[in-house]
Design a protein around this ligand. Structure first.
Ligand code: ADP
Ligand code: MG
Length: 561
């Protein structure tokens, strides 16, 4: 087959332009991206070979190789992993399948600072293209394990790429970068330098579970030096916490999550006994933009005895903890486990229970040890966690203990139910809340008047899920959760002694008026009552305790029910 030239898809071209004229200050990370792709390819091959005995592939010495040629000014990243077929190269490297790309490009253009751009690049998985930050030409030679023919792809990143088939390509993939001249003022280092390459691998890829070897380094006499393994390959999750530095944990987090910021919290769990496993989990410091979309990818990877099995393992944590990233390495599972099996497995369910409790107890300690960190956590993930109040009755108490809410006491600060109950007024039996779309709409609600007047604290709930969980939960420590916008609320003498005495007198006085109103409004309302909940407004509409609130009503209507 002759060499054919193709055009990059529009989005891919835009992305390449951004890479070439990079806004990205830290160009070193191109190597992290290429090593990470190589590592993925090795994981995939090992798994494929385990699942298919007949796969004609060599898995005897899986590794990553880096080769520097100073004279030619090239750097090659080579793996003997799964490789790609001709079609796959066109699909995976020539286009950007990720549906978030358009959004990515928009955000990238808006990202003011380099740090913002950096994180976005990782988040959207455009790793391979980062090679064009440091190279003016990239050649990729690949052969898919089990196939005979290989493929060569080349591009200068300027709108087109070429593809040709190759007869004698080794299994796996090699990516050769023809390096741009070094320009230290623009963070473009000499990437043909042995020292620099060692530094980058140590920094970003030390924990990669495959050996990363440096070859082709020439000594004084022109002899190639023997291969040297640059990374320690230490599985951080299997080591005790005092042996591992905070930085090492953070690099692993960044590798798994594609986030460039440090995690908020690192959680380690080593379970011994009949079903042994190790877990290293991370709470991110920011909620990802797609957390509430249907195809949100979870972040927990499953390993079995150090062998990578799958990303995005949904069986390990409940949906309301889907933002948690990390690694779980189980010792006694079959390497052949599938997602379906995992969903059924008794041990996995036990693991899920234990991991869930561990995450919730870490949040609890964060609350007592580091209020500021907890506040960040709850701001970013509180909305998701509240889903658990509805779906996970086993952990309801643990969730209620770490939940906090905006309140009429104080502007910014949130309050836990425990704190609320502790400062309840004498004679107050219930926990009062109001739901609404925003703090402003709630604050101006006529329902608030009497509560404000009497200094009774009201929780201000503005997430759509709030309406659902308050119903599901019903009470906290024997105190009913009561909406101030529903049913009859008798504030009686709470916070106001005189009110109680006056009530009977008022009822007599207004009986005539109420009767008349009831008749006139018969079509529109169920009932007209004298209320203690207003102080300034003459009247307000109230739902029956059992009715849907207006917000829920419109939510269900929007869902077509
Ligand atoms: P991501 O790694 O986030 O998917 P990349 O741009 O880094 O995005 O890579 C795009 C795709 O190209 C990968 O998902 C993978 O399918 C393929 N790929 C890249 N490098 C390799 C490699 N060394 N071996 C096999 N496939 C690769
Ligand atoms: Mg990648």
């Amino acid at each position: 087959m002759p060499t054919e030239t193709f055009e990059f898809q529009v989005e891919a071209r835009q992305l390449l332009q951004l890479m070439i004229h990079s806004v990205y200050s830290n160009k070193d990370v191109f190597l992290r991206e290429l090593v990470s792709n190589a590592s993925d390819a090795l994981d995939k091959l090992r798994l494929a070979a385990l699942r298919d005995d007949s796969l004609d592939a060599d898995v005897s010495d899986l590794h990553i190789e880096l080769e520097i040629d100073r004279d030619a000014r090239t750097l090659t990243v080579r793996d003997n992993g799964i490789g790609m077929s001709y079609d796959e190269v066109g699909q995976l490297i020539g286009t950007i399948a990720n549906s978030g790309t358009a959004e990515f490009l928009r955000e990238l253009r808006q990202a003011q600072d380099a740090a913002g751009a950096e994180g976005l690049i990782g988040q959207f998985g455009v790793g391979f293209y980062s090679a064009f930050m440091v190279a003016d030409e990239v050649t990729l030679l690949t052969r898919r394990a089990g196939e005979r023919q290989g493929t060569r792809w080349t591009s200068r990143g300027e709108g087109t790429y070429t593809l040709e088939t190759v007869d004698d390509a080794p299994q796996g993939t090699s990516v050769t970068l023809h390096l741009k001249p070094a320009d230290p003022d623009n963070q473009l280092h000499d990437y043909a330098s042995v020292w620099k390459i060692k530094e980058i691998v140590k920094r970003y890829s030390d924990f990669i579970t495959w050996p990363v070897r440096l070859v082709g380094e020439r000594g004084e006499d022109g002899e190639a030096a023997g291969p040297e393994t640059l990374n320690s390959m230490k599985a951080l999750w299997a080591r005790s916490r005092d042996e591992v530095s905070e930085d090492e944990y953070h690099e692993l987090y960044k590798h798994i999550s594609h986030d460039w910021r440090d995690p908020l919290q690192t959680i380690q769990l080593q379970a011994e006994g009949t079903f042994e496993y190790q877990a290293l989990l991370f709470l991110p410091s920011h909620a990802p933009h797609d957390l509430f979309t249907r195809d949100f990818r979870r972040g927990v990877q499953l390993y079995v005895k150090r062998v990578f099995i799958m990303d995005d393992c949904e069986a390990l944590l409940p949906p309301y903890l889907r933002f948690v990233k990390g690694v779980v390495d189980a010792q006694d599972l079959s390497l052949n486990v599938s997602r379906e099996i995992l969903q059924q497995d008794r041990h996995i369910r036990m693991m899920q229970r234990r991991l869930t409790k561990k995450v919730l107890s870490s949040v609890k300690s964060m609350m007592t040890d580091d209020a500021e960190r907890y506040a960040t956590f709850w701001r970013e993930f509180g909305t998701v966690l509240k889903e658990g109040l509805v779906t996970d009755s086993d952990n309801r108490d643990a969730l209620l203990a770490v939940a906090s809410f905006a309140t009429t006491h104080g502007d910014e600060e949130t309050v836990t139910l425990k704190q609320y109950v502790e400062r309840m007024r004498d004679g107050q039996d219930d926990i009062y809340y109001i739901t609404g779309e925003s703090r402003e709409s709630i604050d101006n609600s006529p329902h608030m008047e009497a509560f404000r007047e009497r200094g009774i604290e009201v929780l201000l709930l503005t997430d759509p899920v709030d309406e659902v969980w308050v119903d599901a939960v019903g009470e906290y420590e024997g105190k009913r959760l009561r909406s101030i916008a529903k049913g009859e609320i008798d504030l009686g003498a709470q916070g106001d002694e005189k009110a109680g005495e006056d009530r009977e007198k008022q009822a007599e006085e207004y009986a005539g008026l109420l009767g008349w109103m009831r008749e006139r409004l018969d079509e529109d309302v169920k009932e007209v009552r004298l209320s203690t909940r207003l102080t300034v407004s003459p009247a307000c509409l109230v739902a029956d305790s059992s009715d849907l609130t207006p917000a829920l009503e419109s939510m269900y209507r929007a869902m077509g029910q």
